[in-house]
Design a protein around this ligand. Structure first.
Ligand SMILES: [Ca+2]
Ligand SMILES: [Ca+2]
Ligand SMILES: [Ca+2]
Length: 622
């Protein structure tokens, strides 16, 4: 009997201490918003503890709460709607949470909307995009290299650790990018990632770090190794003044394994599954666009946890959907950036993307998004492009895709020396896309080995690959360091440091004096191609017309109202002489090769005869 009383009193005492504690606020998402936004009210997610039976108030003019606070059972989250009057003055306000045991306060910032001129620009085939892995490009601020203090995640000798690259490093080297001719930078994710060694994701059997940025632990904070939100704004502003757009890499499919939500989700259905019980992703991506899909295969692919440890967000939960949509708008609206590259696009339901895209375009009509659907089959990738309702009854609204179906033939032909006709054979399937002209074409990226590390790759082959990417249809994307022919055969080594970006580097390849002869030659070649693309409108917007295809020769034109330009590629290891009909593109007179490889060519009876040395390209303009 005594024992029972004892147990009851301990239980009562425990309950008392839980309720006896005052509320605490850890975080308010979003921490700020701007007036006259298309999203109003804004849904706040307040994270903290001891929120049971809380009242929420906002102090300060121009703001009011328009919903009853929704508090989870554990008292760790509050959802509440905040209305911002159109004439609310910029500045800080206070959100307070009050229970019978006390009160907690957190700041909320009201912003004025950013001037739209020169911001939120989107991207188009007029751009040349350049992918930068922030940690590996340039270290512009050594004070942020070890912000978490001796937690041992900064070490330039370890390919899975932070190397010190940051946003200031990108700002410092904007002149280099301008010299090359780049007009848009895609930066790998800058979300805050875990600040210690990641013991869950082992690389080569050892703990790794989130230097790549794809494991967010906070969707509203800039990674402290890279800089601050103010530094990001400075980067966007400085880049815009240099005529360079900024493309953000976003992740909406999953969080990092250490996100606080994983152990304490804001709603019971926040994730697909839980840390202890979830599906594993089986990557049967074909099932995602199969009208007769085996339901379990589709679910395991759509809702399974990536690599078994990346918590899969459930976008069917309206709170998750709302959170993610607001998060996307917040990064754009508070910085002025121009486009998004969306990670793991296909693993997120199309119905969510439809809502996400329409919210995005409502606020930023010129904005553009490119999705990552990593697959070599046009039948597969084209299903995900928006602009038309697919068999599932949904138009995802997605503008563009990374053109992986073209990436692989480019590698095969120009690195390995395999037949070049695989390229026009792939382009022949363009009719499956709603809009092939906006696809982002590439010969390299951060998830694949470098071009120059493919078996058989040469500088001449890399030049041909660049000549194709910078003259065929689409928006060309370059990968940092490929303009120097950098090496790296797999995912970790493909992300090597740019020479000259880091303290103590032996040479500085950002300057011509610091480049080797081959690097300089390649750099100048790519720069020349970009200049031609800028000078000849047809290379950006003209219709792509095939003129000649054989196993190792490929000739095509870009044709527009202002005329036509003819590109001829000889991928063979021998010189080649070919003749083809150009009457379709209405060329006359003498055409000069803008790359200085071929002699001028006289058009005779609508025919063009071109002789090219082995593995070379020519670009003919009148
Ligand atoms: Ca740094
Ligand atoms: Ca961090
Ligand atoms: Ca998913």
């Amino acid at each position: 009997m005594t024992r029972i009383i004892c147990t009851i009193s301990v239980h009562l005492w425990l309950s008392f201490t839980v309720f006896a504690q005052a509320p605490e606020i850890f975080k308010v998402d979003p921490p700020s918003w701007w007036t006259r936004s298309s999203v109003n009210p804004v849904r706040l997610l307040i994270r903290g503890r001891n929120f049971q039976r809380a009242r929420v108030q906002v102090e300060g003019a121009g703001l009011r709460l328009t919903s009853t606070p929704k508090i989870n059972g554990r008292g760790t989250y509050i959802f509440v709607d905040l209305f911002i009057a159109p004439n609310a003055q910029s500045g800080y306000r206070v959100i307070s949470v009050t229970t019978p045991r006390g009160s907690a306060r957190a700041p909320f910032q009201v912003l004025g909307p950013l001037n739209r001129a020169g911001r939120f620009q989107g991207f188009s085939p007029a751009d040349v995009m350049y992918l930068i892995m922030i940690d590996r490009f340039a270290d512009g601020d050594q004070l942020n290299n070890d912000p978490t203090q001796s937690r041992g995640i900064y070490d330039r000798r370890n390919k899975f650790y932070y190397h010190g690259g940051d946003l200031q490093g990108v700002i410092n080297h904007l002149p280099y990018l301008t010299e090359l001719g780049v007009t848009a930078i895609w930066l790998t994710p800058w979300y805050d990632n875990y600040d210690r060694l990641n013991e869950i994701e082992l690389k080569e059997d050892k703990p790794s770090t989130g230097f790549h940025g794809y494991n967010p632990q906070d969707f509203y904070v800039v990674e402290e190794h890279f800089g601050t939100h103010e530094k990001l704004r400075e980067l966007v502003e400085t880049a815009h003044r240099s005529g360079i757009k900024i493309i953000q890499d976003q992740v909406m499919n999953h969080t990092g394994p250490y996100h606080p939500w994983v152990d304490d989700p804001p709603t019971p259905t926040w994730f697909n599954g839980t840390k202890s019980k979830h599906l594993k992703n089986v990557f049967q991506t074909w099932a995602l666009h199969d009208p007769r899909a085996v339901e379990s295969l589709k679910r395991e692919t759509m809702e399974g946890w990536f690599l078994d440890f990346l918590p899969d967000l459930n976008q069917h939960d309206p709170e998750v959907s709302r959170y993610l949509i607001q998060n996307t708008l917040w990064w754009i609206g508070t910085t002025g950036l121009d486009g998004i590259r969306m990670d793991t696009w296909q693993y997120v339901p199309n119905s969510f993307w439809r809502d996400w895209n329409s919210a995005l375009k409502r606020e930023f009509p010129n904005f553009r998004v490119v999705g990552e659907v990593k697959d070599g089959d046009v039948v597969h990738t084209s299903f995900f492009q928006g602009g038309k309702v697919r068999f599932d009854g949904v138009d995802s609204g997605l503008d563009s895709l990374l053109d992986f179906p073209l990436f692989y033939p480019i590698r095969h032909a120009f690195a390995e020396g395999k037949p070049v006709d695989e390229i026009p054979k792939t382009l022949a399937k363009d009719y499956l896309y709603n809009n092939p002209e906006i696809l982002v074409t590439l010969l390299g990226g951060h998830d694949d080995g470098r071009f120059m590390s493919e078996k058989g790759a040469t500088i001449d082959g890399l030049k041909l690959a660049n000549a194709l990417v910078l003259t065929t249809r689409g928006v060309p994307q370059l990968y940092y360091g490929d303009e120097l022919g950098m090496q790296g055969e797999d995912e970790p080594t493909t992300r090597a440091d740019f020479p000259g970006g880091f303290p103590g580097d032996k040479r500085n390849a950002f300057t011509s004096a610091g480049r080797t002869k081959h690097e300089q030659e390649l750099f100048e070649y790519i720069k020349r191609l970009i200049t031609l693309r800028r000078e000849h409108e047809v290379l950006r917007t003209g219709e792509l017309v095939n003129l000649y295809v054989s196993e190792q020769q490929y000739a095509y034109a870009r044709k527009g109202r202002s005329g036509a330009v003819v590109i001829v590629i000889n991928n063979d290891n021998d010189a080649a002489s070919i003749e083809f009909d150009v009457s379709r593109v209405a060329l006359r007179g003498v055409l000069k090769d803008q790359l200085g490889v071929s002699r001028p060519v006289q058009i005779n009876n609508g025919k063009m005869r071109v002789s090219l040395p082995k593995r070379s390209a020519a670009i003919f303009a009148g």
